[in-house]
Unconditional design. Structure first.
Length: 408
């Protein structure tokens, strides 16, 4: 659920406008919701009951969309629109879809709760300031009503002081009620938590699929342009070596040169294949993370202190994600941090696995758009994981990945 909270006078002014125009809107919307509930209960035993409720819920959805735009425009909080209503075939199917739509029922609840909030907002923004003006001008109003009357000085002082105190409390009251309206809109007008979670997982899965497709394309290109070229060159070299073994006049010096070249080609091909297969499934993971992570840390040019407490063996997909996460973070440290030492801590207990990679480098790392950390966070999200970055300027940096040890 996305929220944008701009700052500045426009939002403050919008809060006052929302409080003022909120009363008539709250009365209309709240009256609509209460009428729907009351009439729906009365008609529930008749043939008109269900069709009436279906139409009323569709109207509630439309009112929810209106209120989302109002909250976004005046309160500066953009509430994500819920998923569109499913449209199964048939009248009965469509009616059942509307009746079981949690968004419409939550919107009805929002419209009911907006009724008292709208009244309170109007009181805070309009009635209370008018009351403050009456209290501060109490002596003037008394003289206006009763010419020549002199109210007691203590009463005048008390009314002025009370009016000023209430006047100072008015902006705070408007802000508090605006905050309540923001939270209520996010809670009831946006997607249900389960729907939001499904959207996040769908986006993460799509990211993972795109990343996997890109990886396979790179692998195919590397195999074609690199490994295949090495093998072709090796085959040509062996063919030349075979020619050098001519029974008539074998050229041993040329044969030796070709064999040395063939051996070098073979070594290059083996190295290339190891590099490529490491990106598919690290062989070290066959023995578990407790063996793979120390081996990974040993290859880092920055000295890494490893602390492991892996009481549970995670799902293979989770273990793979943790391994590649650690590999990328250690690579980032070596390339960008300027660190002298680093630390890698991994724990697995109570169904959760946590990986923390820290360093004493220059800091300033961030998971902004287009950065490697953002891509890493998206890949972790595909296995329901999260990434937290703490990297103030000047360091130290600590990046923590937390994942479920087992996939549902």
């Amino acid at each position: 659920m996305a929220e944008v909270r701009p700052h500045g006078p426009s939002v403050r002014g919008g809060e006052w406008v929302f409080a003022v125009i909120g009363l008539p809107l709250a009365l209309l919307a709240g009256g609509y919701a209460l009428a729907v509930l009351y009439a729906g209960a009365l008609l529930s035993l008749t043939l008109l009951g269900l069709p009436f409720v279906v139409v009323a819920l569709l109207g509630a959805r439309a009112l929810g969309s209106l209120h989302r735009r109002l909250v976004g425009r005046l309160l500066g909080t953009q509430v994500e629109a819920p998923a569109p209503l499913p449209r199964p075939p048939g009248v009965v199917g469509k009616g059942r879809s509307v009746l079981t739509d949690p968004v419409a029922w939550r919107t009805l609840l929002y419209l009911v709760l907006r009724l008292p909030l709208g009244v309170l907002g109007f009181v805070a923004a309009v009635i209370l300031p008018l009351g403050c003006g009456w209290l501060v001008g109490f002596p003037f109003w008394v003289r206006l009503v009763q010419p020549g009357a002199r109210p007691p000085g203590l009463l005048v002082a008390a009314s002025v002081v009370l009016g000023l105190l209430l006047l100072l409390a008015v902006p705070r009251a408007v802000r508090v009620l605006s905050g309540v309206n923001r939270r209520l809109a996010r809670l009831l007008l946006g997607p249900a938590r389960s729907q939001g979670r499904v959207r996040e997982l769908e986006a993460a899965r799509a990211t993972l699929l795109a990343d996997s497709t890109d990886r396979f394309r790179r692998l195919e290109r590397d195999l074609h342009d690199g490994t295949q070229a090495h093998l072709v060159a090796l085959a040509i070299t062996l063919s030349l070596a075979d020619d050098a073994l001519s029974p008539a006049a074998p050229d041993l010096a040329r044969l030796r040169t070709l064999l040395v070249r063939a051996r070098a080609r073979t070594d290059d091909t083996i190295t290339e294949l190891r590099r490529l297969t490491r990106g598919i499934h690290p062989v070290a993971l066959d023995d578990g993370l407790d063996e793979a992570l120390p081996g990974l840390a040993a290859t880092s040019p920055v000295p890494v202190t490893v602390r492991l407490d892996l009481r549970e063996r995670p799902h293979p997909a989770v273990a793979r994600a943790v391994y590649f996460c650690a590999a990328e973070l250690l690579t980032n440290i070596a390339k960008h941090s300027g660190a002298r030492t680093a630390g890698l801590t991994a724990t697995a207990a109570d169904g959760r696995i946590r990986l923390t990679v820290c360093d004493d480098g220059r800091g300033g790392a961030s998971a902004g758009p287009g950065t490697g950390l953002t891509g890493l966070a998206e890949r972790l999200a595909a296995v329901d994981g999260t990434l937290h970055v703490s990297s103030p300027r000047g360091g130290p940096t600590a990046v923590t990945a937390e994942l479920p040890a087992h996939l549902a």
